[in-house]
Design a protein around this ligand. Structure first.
Ligand SMILES: [Zn+2]
Length: 118
């Protein structure tokens, strides 16, 4: 379950930012997770609860924003939604496609009250 490691990293990043910004209470963390990042959102939420138990982030909400996968054909530059990792261009049928979106894992912003602090 690599979600726990990711959850701990998110908690770590958040604590550092909160400390730097002098924020006592972080209310929410917005994370972007690509559809193809290989992360199960439910597991990540659960892991985050585990990772932050008895810490200052215990009550912090993790808002997960799923980024849909996008692929681009290298020969005709058509952009399309790939079916998982199988990327076949729907126009010219080539396998030469790049995944352009859907693998991200980013802490997008950190909320204190209603204000984003980063
Ligand atoms: Zn194509």
């Amino acid at each position: 379950m690599h979600e726990l490691g990711i959850a701990m990293r998110i908690a770590d990043i958040t604590s550092k930012v909160a400390k730097r910004e002098g924020v006592r209470k972080v209310t929410g963390i917005n994370v972007d997770i690509g559809e193809l990042a290989g992360i199960v959102p439910d597991l990540l939420e659960f892991s985050f609860k585990m990772a932050t138990k008895n810490t200052s982030l215990e009550k912090t909400r993790l808002n997960i924003n799923i980024i849909p996968a996008t692929a681009m054909c290298l020969s005709c530059e058509k952009q399309f939604a790939p079916d998982g990792f199988l990327t076949v261009c729907p126009v010219c049928g080539t396998f030469e496609c790049n995944i352009t979106k859907g693998k991200e894992l980013n802490v997008q912003s950190i909320m204190s009250g209603d204000e984003p602090i980063e």
